[in-house]
Design a protein around this ligand. Structure first.
Ligand code: ADP
Ligand code: MG
Ligand code: MG
Length: 360
């Protein structure tokens, strides 16, 4: 029989819209002969609503819609065919138990281990990293501490909480540069990220980042940089491999790879696949990508992002639920490495099912 898969998308994070675009693309790439797909949308308020069943649900438009009304779930039915209702909300419709869940969610409340914890409790197989790997990669401060401890090259930074503010001059002294990148510790898609060159700008940048998190990072701004990304994939046997590299070239008008450059401006950035990087350096970056994946406890998949400053490579971040929109790097790099997206889905789902089987 077909594998019954639930696609979880939307969610309460600032990356809600990106997730809807990713989910549409994931649904499209599932082989209808092998999978029965149900799309479950999470509204911006956090309600779980059945958005559509059937693999066709994602076709047609660029992003998957969440209906205002519809069968509402509190939590997914568990692996045994039981409906698990954890918070007293109503389960309106009897959905079949799912064999596997694919959380196509980005940012807090989706990519950070929270949904993964809920899925552990409901005893269902799910794609990607578990609680610890998700949380460790999502929190850029925690991730960088782990990477530094493992000897991985990272850009100098300090973390700051609203409780213990750091003055511009002290931040400059700590990271060794008057130009600073300020970003929320837990976010993605460049939401809340900006660059400061003066004490005044620093104040504005910190306020912006604090809108999204109570902890922010202040990093040395590297210039000039190149941004290079590598997709990492673990299969059901535990084999971990790294893809070809891709390069992002943000257009000059955006200054850096901002949210607008990523998603709103069609010419905001150029994606170059494969990246034009000397073979020895590319191999080293692929090695660093796999090492980062292991150090952070990632499973299944992650996209590891790098900054190149001359010949020097820095690990910037790991994204455990990378974008899956039709222009996104993660699936694109696998395509370029010879793995079509429908086969990529098979491997991700195979890994999830095997891990769940072994844990029982
Ligand atoms: P996100 O998880 O939101 O993608 P990033 O740390 O990747 O956060 O920052 C978003 C973008 O900001 C990067 O892709 C890059 O263009 C720019 N950026 C971030 N940190 C630095 C830095 N230290 N030096 C130069 N550019 C940076
Ligand atoms: Mg990120
Ligand atoms: Mg990034």
């Amino acid at each position: 029989r077909k594998t019954r898969i639930a696609i979880l998308f939307g969610g309460r994070s600032a990356e809600h819209d990106v997730s809807r675009a990713s989910a549409a693309n994931v649904l499209r790439s599932l082989d209808p002969d092998r999978y029965d797909a149900t799309a479950i949308g999470i509204t911006r308020e956090g309600r779980w609503i059945v958005a559509g069943a059937g693999n066709g649900a994602g076709t047609g438009s660029g992003a998957l819609a969440i209906p205002n009304d519809g069968p509402q779930l509190a939590l997914l039915p568990g692996g045994q065919g039981r409906a698990l209702v954890l918070d007293g909300h109503t389960t309106v419709r009897d959905l079949p138990a799912f064999d596997v869940v694919f959380p196509v969610l980005h940012g807090p409340n989706g990519e950070d281990g929270t949904v993964q914890g809920a899925l552990e409790l409901s005893d269902v197989a799910y794609v990607g990293s578990r609680v610890m790997g998700s949380a460790a990669a999502m929190d850029k401060d925690v991730a960088k501490r782990l990477m530094r401890d493992a000897g991985l090259p990272i850009v100098p930074y300090v973390a700051m909480s609203a409780m213990a503010p750091i003055a511009y001059d002290d931040a400059v002294a700590a990271v060794g540069s008057p130009e600073l990148f300020v970003k929320p510790a837990n976010m993605g898609s460049s939401v809340g990220v900006s660059k400061a060159r003066t004490a005044g700008e620093f104040d504005t940048c910190c306020k912006l980042a604090f809108r999204f998190d109570s902890k922010i990072l202040i990093e040395r701004s590297l210039a000039p940089i190149r941004e290079v990304e590598c997709s990492v994939l673990e299969d059901a046997t535990g084999l971990i491999r790294a893809s070809q590299l891709g390069e992002i070239v943000p257009s000059d008008k955006h200054g850096f790879y901002s949210y607008d450059a990523k998603y709103l401006d069609a010419d905001g950035a150029l994606l170059r696949v494969p990246a034009d990087v000397p073979p020895a350096l590319a191999d080293r970056i692929r090695e660093l990508a796999i090492k980062t994946f292991r150090v952070l406890g990632c499973e299944g998949m992650a996209r590891i992002d790098f900054f190149l400053h001359g010949e020097q490579a820095f690990v910037n971040e790991a994204n455990t639920l990378p974008g899956f929109t039709d222009i996104s790097m993660y699936p694109r790099l696998w395509e370029a490495t010879g793995l079509p997206q429908s086969e990529l889905m098979d491997i991700l789902i195979g890994h999830a099912l095997e891990r769940h089987k072994r844990s029982r």
